[in-house]
Design a protein around this ligand. Structure first.
Ligand code: DAH
Length: 344
């Protein structure tokens, strides 16, 4: 019995030393220490021994059992540690690797210019108002003192929309001026508003013409507003946008919805008025149209022109970055060529 136990111990320990994974270890445990394992069956056989052998055999068997259990535990701990190390090796993160580059977006030059213009007027107490691009003939023309069949309509090449009755009543707004009427219909003076947005022209495109572009409309209506308010406001705006020392020039112009109507120019910021390519050798750059709101327009929205007066102005937005950065083709703005857009 004792030799049998010795052999069992030697064999079990030899096998244990060769095991290198947890599932093999579990099999080994079942084989030697399990309920039907080798050592258990030896212990069960103790009963059949003569009493004098039973004690020493029993003690030896218990020693071996304790030894094997201790070895099992040591082995298991070792294997678990090895397993952990292997997992850590496999999932190791190299913190010195460079990260993925995060592409940085940028604002479109039109958006930047619009924000700049809006900020200037907001600081002067103007509110920002927006409205529809699909417009009625009434707002785009009629209420702005441009009746049907009036030759002034030729100033705006119009995209007409199909209507059920086939009449020309709906269009893509050709300017932001209809927002003057929409606003005056809904509020009473005093008004100081800036109305930016897209406008559309039915025209062949070239370097200076696009079928869609942006405008900003301005309107101020109150008691006692005069031409000097118009000049002061727009002069201040021009200096904030184009630089302190700018000069401004106002000349007569015609727009059906203002009287008198003017066109404002600033002295060329490239040649300082001496004459160059940018200003076409005139020394002046036209930047907007403006005027005193026509009494007829005020009457349309039930404002009494004997009590209220106002000024209005409108300007193209793309023209400003074109002048500033020397962009010579307006089609670049909405051509979506990243090589162009990335420069801003
Ligand atoms: N709406 C005009 C255009 O598109 C620009 C304009 C001129 C607007 C004079 C005004 C103004 O408000 O007073 O050409």
């Amino acid at each position: 019995m004792l030799t049998e136990l010795e052999e069992l111990r030697t064999k079990a320990l030899a096998e244990l030393s060769r095991i290198d994974n947890l599932s093999e270890l579990e099999k080994w445990r079942v084989r030697y220490l399990g309920r039907k394992g080798a050592l258990t069956s030896v212990l069960r056989g103790l009963g059949s021994l003569p009493i004098e052998d039973r004690r020493s055999a029993g003690a030896t068997a218990n020693d071996i059992k304790a030894l094997l259990e201790a070895e099992l535990q040591r082995k298991e701990q070792g294997l678990r540690e090895k397993e952990l190390v292997a997992v850590l090796e496999q999932t190791r993160i190299d913190v010195s690797l460079p990260g993925y580059p995060v592409p940085l977006g940028r604002l479109h030059p039109t958006t930047r210019t619009l924000r700049e213009i809006c900020d200037i007027f907001v600081s002067m107490g103007f509110q920002i108002v927006e409205g529809p691009e699909v417009e009625w003939d009434y707002y785009n023309f009629e209420a702005l003192n441009i009746p049907k069949d009036h030759p002034a309509r030729d100033m705006w090449a119009t995209f007409w929309l199909d209507t059920e009755s086939g009449d020309r009543s709906r269009l893509l707004r050709t300017h932001t001026s209809p927002m003057q009427i929409r606003l005056m219909e809904t509020v009473r003076p005093p008004i100081r508003a800036l109305m930016p947005g897209r406008v559309y022209r039915y025209e062949a495109t070239d370097a200076t013409h696009e079928s869609m572009f942006y405008q900003v409309e301005g309107l101020a209506v109150d008691q006692g507003i005069t031409m000097s308010d118009l000049k002061g406001t727009l002069f201040e705006f021009a200096r904030r946008l184009f630089g302190e020392g700018r000069k401004a020039r106002f000349r007569c112009d015609y727009f059906p919805f203002v009287e008198p109507g003017v066109e404002m120019a600033i002295d060329c910021f490239i040649c300082q008025g001496a004459g160059c390519r940018l200003c076409g050798n005139t020394g002046w750059i036209e930047i907007l149209g403006a005027g005193m709101v026509h009494p007829e327009v005020l009457r349309r929205v039930n404002y009494d022109p004997d009590i209220y007066t106002g000024f209005a102005f409108g300007m193209g937005v793309e023209r400003i970055p074109m002048l500033r950065y020397g962009i010579d083709d307006i089609r670049l703005f909405y051509g979506n060529d990243l090589r162009f857009l990335k420069q801003f």
